[in-house]
Design a protein around this ligand. Structure first.
Ligand code: CTP
Length: 405
C-alpha cells in the first residue's frame, strides 16, 4: 500500500550541513509518488544549491518569504495550504526556536505558522546546542503543540566531535512520514498482533534447536498493518531485520516466551496473525554448561512438547472472548498434503483463516506461493508473489472478517 501517492509534502531545508541528506530525502519521497515542494532558508542555500532540489522534485524551490506565485498568491501561503504534511529536515536550533516562539520572518517559519497540516521536525545540530536548556524547552513546547520530533541520532558530527545531534537517517524520516499518513488508514484504531520468526530452544548455553523461518512474512505484515494505520504489536524472535517504524516490539526467544507474549498482547486485540514458526519441542532441560564432545561418542537429547499457542488462543476465544483476539489467522507450511493439512489446522485451532505455504519454496525467500483457506470453506489459490503483496491480501481478508464480527 502506497500512502505517499499524490500526497503533497512541503520539505523545509534549513542551514545545517545535514542539508545534503535532504537531497536524498527529496529524491526518495518524489520516487515513492509524493509531490515534494521544497522551501529553503538562505543559510540552507549555502550548503546545497536550490537547483539540486529543483532537479530532484521537478518543482521550483521557494526561498523568498515575499515571493508571489503564478496566481498572485503569496507563495508561502499557498505552500502552507497545499501541504498534506510539512517536514523540516534538517531543522536547526535557530528554526526550532523560531517555531516555538511563532516567528514568521523566513519562508519556513511562515509556512509552519500558517499551515494546518501535521509538522515533522528532524533536528540537526551540535550536541551542545541540542542539550541546551533553551533548545530542550523549545522542543517540549513544540511537542505539546503536536509537532512530531524525529529524534537526532548520536554519532559523528561534522565538527569532528561525537554526540547527539546528527539528523536521523533519511530512511527513518521517511518511515515517520509514512506513519503520519497512515493514521487515517483503513485499520486506524485497530490493534493488530503479529508474530514473526522461528523460536529457539536452548540445548546448552551455546546451542539451540530452531528452524528456517526468516521472519520476513511477519515483518511484511507489520509494515502493511502500520501503513493502514493499525496499532501494531510485533512479537519477534528475529534479530536481523530492522523494526518497522511505529511497531511496539516484544522480543522473544523460546516458544514459551512467545506463548506468554501472545496471550498477553492478544487480550482484546482486533486481529492476531501467527506468522511465527514456534518450535514444537524443546529439550526437557537445557544443560547448564556447554556439552563437550569428549564426554560421549553419541548424544541423545530428550525433547518435550511445547504448548500450542493458537490452540490456547482458540480455547480462550471460546471461553472468554473478551480476553482473546476477535480475528485469528494462522500459517501452515507443509511438505505434503498441503490443503488437507492446512484445513485440518484451521479447524483444530479455531481460526478465521489459514495461509497455506508449500515447503521448501517458503522459508527465507522473497516470493511465496500461498493458498488462503477461509473458515467458510472458501479457497483462494494465489499466484506466487512478494511477501509484501501477500501481506496486503491477508490484511484485506482480516479486515473483511472484522467487518463481519
Ligand atoms: N503454532 C502455534 N503454536 C505452536 C506451533 C505452531 O500457535 N506450538 C502456530 C503457527 O504460528 C502457525 C500455525 O500454528 O500459525 C501452524 O503451525 P505449524 O507448525 O504448521 O503447525 P503445528 O500446530 O505445529 O502442527 P504440525 O507440527 O503437526 O504440522
Amino acid at each position: 500500500m502506497n500512502v505517499f501517492l499524490n500526497k503533497t509534502i512541503v520539505l523545509g531545508v534549513t542551514g545545517s550541513i545535514a542539508a545534503y541528506k535532504a537531497a536524498t530525502l527529496a529524491s526518495r519521497l518524489h520516487q515513492v509518488g509524493a509531490h515534494v515542494h521544497v522551501a529553503m532558508t538562505d543559510a540552507a542555500a549555502h550548503f546545497v544549491a536550490p537547483l539540486t532540489f529543483e532537479s530532484l522534485t521537478h518543482h521550483p524551490v521557494l526561498r523568498d518569504v515575499l515571493a508571489l506565485g503564478a496566481d498572485s498568491e503569496i507563495e508561502h501561503v499557498s505552500f502552507a495550504k497545499r501541504a498534506h504534511l510539512v517536514l523540516i529536515a534538517p531543522a536547526t536550533a535557530n528554526t526550532i526556536a523560531k517555531l516555538a516562539h511563532g516567528f514568521a520572518n523566513d519562508v519556513i517559519s511562515a509556512i509552519c505558522l500558517d499551515t494546518r497540516a501535521p509538522i515533522l521536525l528532524a533536528p540537526a545540530m551540535e550536541t551542545g546546542m541540542w542539550e541546551n536548556a533553551a533548545t530542550q524547552e523549545n522542543i517540549a513546547v513544540l511537542k505539546r503543540r503536536g509537532v512530531i520530533i524525529i529524534e537526532p541520532d548520536a554519532g559523528h558530527l561534522a565538527s569532528g566531535a561525537s554526540g547527539k545531534g546528527r539528523m536521523a537517517e533519511p530512511s527513518e524520516i521517511i518511515d515517520a512520514v509514512r506513519h503520519v499518513f497512515a493514521l487515517d488508514g483503513s485499520m486506524a484504531g485497530k490493534r493488530v498482533v503479529i508474530t514473526a520468526g522461528g523460536t529457539r530452544e536452548a540445548i546448552d548455553p551455546v546451542r539451540v534447536i530452531s528452524n528456517h523461518s526468516s521472519g520476513k512474512m511477519g515483518y511484511a505484515l507489520a509494515e502493511e498493518a502500520l501503513a493502514r494505520g493499525a496499532n501494531v504489536a510485533l512479537i519477534t524472535s528475529v534479530q536481523e531485520l530492522p523494526i518497522p517504524y511505529g511497531a511496539n516490539v516484544t522480543r522473544v526467544i523460546s516458544t514459551r516466551d512467545l506463548f506468554d507474549a501472545v496471550l498477553r498482547e492478544g487480550r482484546g486485540a482486533d486481529v492476531l496473525i501467527m506468522a511465527a514458526a514456534p518450535a514444537d519441542f524443546r529439550p526437557a532441560s537445557a544443560a547448564e554448561q556447554k556439552i563437550k564432545k569428549e564426554a560421549a561418542e553419541d548424544l541423545t537429547i530428550h525433547l518435550v512438547r511445547n504448548p500450542d499457542i493458537l490452540g490456547e488462543v482458540a480455547r480462550v476465544r471460546e471461553q472468554n472472548p473478551a480476553n482473546a483476539p476477535r480475528v485469528a489467522v494462522g500459517f501452515a507450511a507443509e511438505t505434503n498434503d498441503l490443503i488437507d493439512n492446512a484445513r485440518a489446522k484451521l479447524e483444530r485451532k479455531g481460526l478465521d483463516m489459514i495461509v497455506a505455504n508449500p515447503v521448501p519454496q517458503t522459508f527465507g525467500s522473497d516470493n511465496v506461493k500461498a493458498t488462503l483457506l477461509l473458515k467458510n470453506h472458501t479457497e483462494l489459490d494465489l499466484e506466487p508473489m512478494s511477501k509484501e503483496n501477500l501481506a496486503a491480501i491477508i490484511l484485506d481478508q482480516a479486515e473483511n472478517f472484522l467487518k463481519q464480527k
